[in-house]
Design a protein around this ligand. Structure first.
Ligand code: PLP
Length: 395
């Protein structure tokens, strides 16, 4: 567990802590100084020596990012593609799969909106069937229901580990066991879990995993990565190819590269890539178990403080909950509550029903306020948020 002096050191390392109470880590975390410095240093080097020359000079740092991500999630560096965001990482895997009419996709109610839209597009294009696994009595996806829904037509299990719109942690590793037993490809959206929870691809048993840099990893915006296991790598043809993803071997032939970088493009944000590596190193140095323990403490405190506030209803589902805390206030639109908090220097966000059609809308929720803690937050910040909640009004 982090001591108060360790938290003070981490905060001293985080310039943004002096300006705001940042409880929007599920949006984008405040960066540690080391990350910002690395990005700026690379941009300077590009300006001073040339973009290609800077990349050549910093090749070891760029390569290191793959090693760091691989270490973080228990993968091999050649199973990592560094891309511009989590959606692009997920898309490169998903749109690389081949479909026949009647194939089925098993997903869950917490699925991210962009993924759901991609399923719907694929259903429309290829006659694929989307089956949303119902929740169990705690609100996480029901493993029994998932088992019961499997048949030989299921070609993909694609779920979101931690949703954007709540503190639920879906049972990713149990789903992995189901997928392995059934021999079905398993794509995990780990956008909100990587950086706040220990995520190990072998333990989880996923074939594909997507994550961004800017959220709980505290990396630069415009960065993300895809893990593509060696088991499936050769089976997934990227939807786009360029001269980095493939080699033009003769005037009328090409060969796709055999590592995960087949999902990348040649041009990229090198400053961001270096910064992402620094952010991953930083998370590893703090320790993912330590991060989780501290986040559990802060989120539990926040939930308890909010539960005491009149008119507040906590909205997080599941038997295991994480650093994302969602709630509504009786008689107040969640957007207005969030604005009231932001106006007081407390950064939170709102998750809206339109972005969670299989989750918030069926629960009758048009929007929820989302507060997301991270290990560098303090108990005082968490209490400040609870105290700043407006009094309930009659609906
Ligand atoms: C669960 C989940 N998946 C995917 C994404 C998309 O990530 P990105 O914006 O990096 O593409 C988000 C973003 O909030 C998310 O919360």
């Amino acid at each position: 567990m982090l001591t108060n002096s360790a938290v003070a050191r981490l905060r001293a390392d985080t310039p943004g802590c002096a300006n705001v109470t940042h409880l929007n880590n599920a949006g984008a975390s405040l960066q540690p100084r080391a990350v910002t410095d690395a990005v700026i240093a690379h941009l300077r080097l590009e300006a001073e020596t040339g973009g290609y020359e800077a990349a050549a000079a910093r090749a070891p740092e760029i390569e290191h990012t793959y090693d760091a991500i691989a270490r973080l999630i228990g993968a091999r560096p050649d199973e990592i593609a560094v891309v511009e965001n989590a959606t692009r990482a997920w898309d490169m895997a998903f749109y690389g799969l081949r479909w026949q009419p009647g194939d089925r996709i098993l997903t869950a109610r917490a699925e991210y909106a962009s993924n759901a839209i991609a399923f719907l597009q694929t259903a429309r294009r290829y006659g694929v069937q989307i089956d949303v696994v119902p929740d169990d009595e705690t609100g996480r996806l029901s493993l029994d229901a998932m088992r019961g829904m499997l048949d030989e037509r299921v070609k993909l299990i694609a779920i979101t580990h931690v949703p954007t719109q709540g503190g639920l942690v879906n049972p990713a590793a149990e789903v992995g066991r189901i997928a392995r037993e059934a021999g079905v490809t398993y794509l995990l959206d780990a956008c909100q879990s990587v950086g706040q929870l220990p995520v190990d691809v072998d333990e989880i048993g996923c074939d594909l995993l997507s994550a961004p840099g800017r959220k709980f990893l505290r990396g630069p915006r415009g960065t993300g990565f895809l893990y593509a296991s060696r088991r499936v790598l050769g089976l997934i043809e990227p939807p786009f190819l360029d001269l980095h993803a493939a080699t033009w071997t003769s005037p009328d032939t090409y060969e796709i590269r055999d590592d995960a970088r087949r999902f990348e493009t040649w041009e990229g944000n090198y400053a961001g890539r270096i910064g992402l590596g620094v952010a991953v190193d930083y998370a590893l140095e703090v320790g993912v178990d330590t991060i989780k323990a501290r986040n559990d403490l802060l989120a539990t405190r926040l939930r308890a403080a909010l539960a005491e506030r009149p008119g507040v209803t906590l909205r997080d589902l599941g038997s295991e909950q994480c650093a994302i805390v969602t709630f509504t206030v009786a008689g107040h639109d969640s957007r207005t509550v969030a604005k009231t908090l932001v106006d007081q220097g407390i950064n939170v966000s709102v998750s809206i029903g339109d972005y969670a059609q299989w989750d918030l809308s069926p629960r009758g929720l048009d929007a929820v306020v989302r507060a997301s803690v991270h290990y560098y937050n303090t108990e005082e910040e968490v209490d400040r948020l609870a105290e700043a909640i407006p009094a309930p009004t009659r609906a």
